[in-house]
Design a protein around this ligand. Structure first.
Ligand code: NAP
Length: 269
């Protein structure tokens, strides 16, 4: 068990828009910590130097776009989950001075799906849009559910094929959005579409009424796609519950005590 962090940071580029400081600082105040969770805008070419300096200070924290894969490579040790995703979003320094990387996006996605569907699905077809870093975390979660298979669609080739080679749970690479949703019980958007507050990754008017819709993107007032899904009477959520849970799990890695999730949720609301 580590002695606890001397400093808490979020590494991103850009990072000013992040909601993580809001709820992490509320959690820190609740446990009486004097630490302040700071968002650090780190350009990619400065990541290596910054991370080594932070490790020397026994800092801990999170990484967001575009640093999760690069941070994975910089860690001295990684958890099995981080290895499977090949990306690190949570780090700390152990007592032996080793920089340890974990991935709490996987648990965050499980919490998001549970919030929408009521339990983790088994034996179902999932349609996954996107083939970036968060898609790998989604696939790592789904392969642990048991008996599910995934149809994958991405606007460009290359990344979906590489993900399918790493994750046998991907049984189909679709060539269109209409193909990817065939027989799906759960549709997941892991692309950046929707962050602008206007675009939607695919139309939902033709999907069955019992399909659940999950958008990893989030913004105040929900994403346009989630608003459309809910207007059609579908169960749907944006990525805020995932953001919250990945942060709560990270907090528990740093402080070895339950995260004050209610406080964090209220800070986000
Ligand atoms: P990433 O690695 O950069 O991947 C981005 C993905 O979006 C790629 O599949 C990319 O396709 C696709 N894409 C981007 N712009 C597009 C467009 N205009 N049309 C169609 N596809 C487009 O990013 P990421 O880390 O996976 O993140 C993806 C989304 O998940 C972001 O919205 C992010 O905020 C969200 N996210 C949320 C949480 C959470 O806690 N809620 C956690 C992680 C990520 P190409 O391969 O063709 O470029």
């Amino acid at each position: 068990m580590s002695a606890g962090p001397s400093r808490l940071v979020l590494l991103g580029h850009p990072v000013a828009h992040s909601l993580s400081p809001l709820f992490q600082n509320a959690a820190l105040r609740t446990i009486g910590s004097r630490l302040v969770y700071e968002a650090l805008d780190v350009a990619p070419d400065a990541l290596h130097t910054t991370v080594r300096a932070l490790a020397g200070q026994r800092a801990a924290g999170n990484a967001t776009v575009p640093h999760k894969e690069a941070l994975f490579a910089l860690c001295d040790r990684r958890t099995a989950l981080a290895d499977r995703v090949a990306a690190v979003n949570t780090f700390w320094v152990d007592d032996d001075g080793a920089l340890v990387g974990d991935n709490t996006d996987v648990g965050g996605f499980d919490a998001l799906v549970t919030a929408v569907v009521g339990a983790l699905p088994t034996g179902c077809r999932v349609a996954l849009l996107g083939a970036g870093g968060s898609a790998a975390a989604v696939l790592t979660a789904i392969e642990r559910w048991g008996g599910c298979e995934v149809a994958l669609f991405n606007r460009t080739r290359g990344r979906p094929e590489r993900l399918a080679a790493r994750f046998p749970v991907v049984t189909r690479i679709a060539t269109s959005t209409s193909e990817v949703v065939e027989h799906a019980r759960l549709i997941v958007n892991a692309t950046s579409i929707g962050l602008d507050g206007e675009a939607e990754p695919l139309g939902l008017t033709a999907v069955a009424s019992d399909v659940a819709v999950i958008d990893l993107a989030y913004r105040r007032g929900r994403t346009p796609w989630v608003r459309s899904a809910q207007a059609l009477g579908l169960r749907a959520s944006d990525g805020l519950p995932m953001l919250l849970e990945q942060g709560a799990l990270a907090f528990e890695r740093w402080f070895h005590q339950p995260a004050p999730r209610d406080v964090m949720r209220r800070a986000l609301a």
